[in-house]
Write a protein that binds this ligand. Sequence first.
Ligand code: ATP
Ligand code: ATP
Ligand code: MG
Ligand code: MG
Lengths: 278, 278
Amino acid sequence: PARLIALINQKGGVGKTTTTVNLAAAISREGRRVLVIDLDPQAHATLHLGASGDEPAPGAGAAPGATVYDLLLDPAMDPREAVRRVRDNLFVIAAETDLAAAESELVSQPDRIGRLRGAIAKLQEGPEPFEFVLIDCPPSLGVLTLNALAAAREVFIPMQAHFLALQGVSKLLETVGAVARSVNPKLFVTGVILCMHDGSTTHSKEVVADLDSFFEAARRQDVPWRAARVYRPAIRRNIKLAECPSFGQTIFDYAPTCPGATDYAELARAVINEWDTL
Amino acid sequence: PARLIALINQKGGVGKTTTTVNLAAAISREGRRVLVIDLDPQAHATLHLGASGDEPAPGAGAAPGATVYDLLLDPAMDPREAVRRVRDNLFVIAAETDLAAAESELVSQPDRIGRLRGAIAKLQEGPEPFEFVLIDCPPSLGVLTLNALAAAREVFIPMQAHFLALQGVSKLLETVGAVARSVNPKLFVTGVILCMHDGSTTHSKEVVADLDSFFEAARRQDVPWRAARVYRPAIRRNIKLAECPSFGQTIFDYAPTCPGATDYAELARAVINEWDTL
Ligand SMILES: Nc1ncnc2c1ncn2[C@@H]1O[C@H](COP(=O)(O)OP(=O)(O)OP(=O)(O)O)[C@@H](O)[C@H]1O
Ligand SMILES: Nc1ncnc2c1ncn2[C@@H]1O[C@H](COP(=O)(O)OP(=O)(O)OP(=O)(O)O)[C@@H](O)[C@H]1O
Ligand SMILES: [Mg+2]
Ligand SMILES: [Mg+2]
């Protein structure tokens, strides 16, 4: 089986893409086969991985220019045509800015939130299934994010330990709960990933304590986040993480020994161990 | 006349709310009459100013619980009923999370993007018009933001000096251009406000240089951003700015001598001077 993870937060600019890309890269560097699915019309994960443009990476087997857009609108398509190899063990299904149009088209199609699930299932039935699938979502709870929630088994919530960031979490959990009840009973929230973290401030300590006790209280409830927690380590703020996307590089290409790289590498090991020991 | 400013960026978490609230507060502390309009269903500006809840501040003249939602859906309403006094010289038209429903309702109404403009016009015809109106927008280019673009005369773009942040600017300018051509020929982009700025990194210097030369090149074009520039000072990253919303306080209530306060105070003086010398 594979670990199928959607990285979700309707709040913008909280670190979804930075986390999807660098966590996926770190996991792939541990020798695991990882697929990133870019589900965001901004196509930042695609850009970050240097996977933009029509030519698929050599040996990818991908049809030129095939993106997640095509996959969502054509259930008959072979999803492997959209898979591009970007590094050893690291693959991506690219997005492009036309995906915004796909969002409005999708809304009126049958099975509009099940499209991604169907595509992933087909992919995993093929030879060489992926061991980890990470889905980068847009900052919204619309049809694209709902596709991710219907397809994934787990939700990671990247966020900043700030007061205003807490405000959106309950709405997000409500949406997860609604999708879990209606179409995806196996869906659960595994944890929060703290991004751009400055652990030295009282404020962030208080917000983290808030989150810890919120999840603690959920242990006894029948909710999809009853086993959720705040992941450690937090990912510290590090300018290198903001620089490398401009070169189409992950932090491991760009600055493999900087704090941003060590934090994501440590997080990846935690994510892999968790999975292996299940 | 009044300076009518929409703070816009479809990218989330870039500092729109923090800037709307603290810039407005700083301008009000210089003795100018300022109105904040919270146009975001997240209602963060409302929260930040301590203006949530149904009881209007004393002497506000506002009807209990009247929000920007009511204003947008009922053109016959007296907009003064939605104005709440929050500090000396500082007023707010509050949002609430139901505003998300208003967004879908609005989409099917006549004159759906002109509603806010009509309300502001009525307000300014009354006694005691405001001298500065700052509109906090959601992270999207939907009907709420379009209302702001149709109503405002100027656009400020809060953003972070990061590569991924640059990606969204051209789309934003495209939208401003479209609204300017169709319904609001006086609309222009005045400038970019750099938020959460770390001026010591090469990366941010490069992004700022990119922005400066982009606007320089626009000087000779017939576009609504031909007179735009990057505002100085940039607003430095300062944890106090993330803390004070949790107390319903502006930075001037919370920590009036910290760098966050001095930066917004300095920016406010620049914004006021610019206006006075016009
Ligand atoms: N740990 C970090 N240190 C420094 N900068 C960071 C860090 N994490 C993310 N950033 C920067 O912060 C900005 C927002 O991050 P990112 O794009 O990953 O967020 P997002 O949640 O995917 O945004 P969106 O909602 O627009 O998809 C980017 O400019 C990114 O480079
Ligand atoms: N200069 C700063 N220093 C430190 N933290 C800041 C600064 N400016 C904003 N923040 C924090 O960053 C986060 C995002 O800021 P803010 O909410 O103002 O952005 P926004 O663009 O309004 O977001 P949204 O798109 O969700 O409306 C908040 O937690 C805020 O407290
Ligand atoms: Mg993203
Ligand atoms: Mg905001």
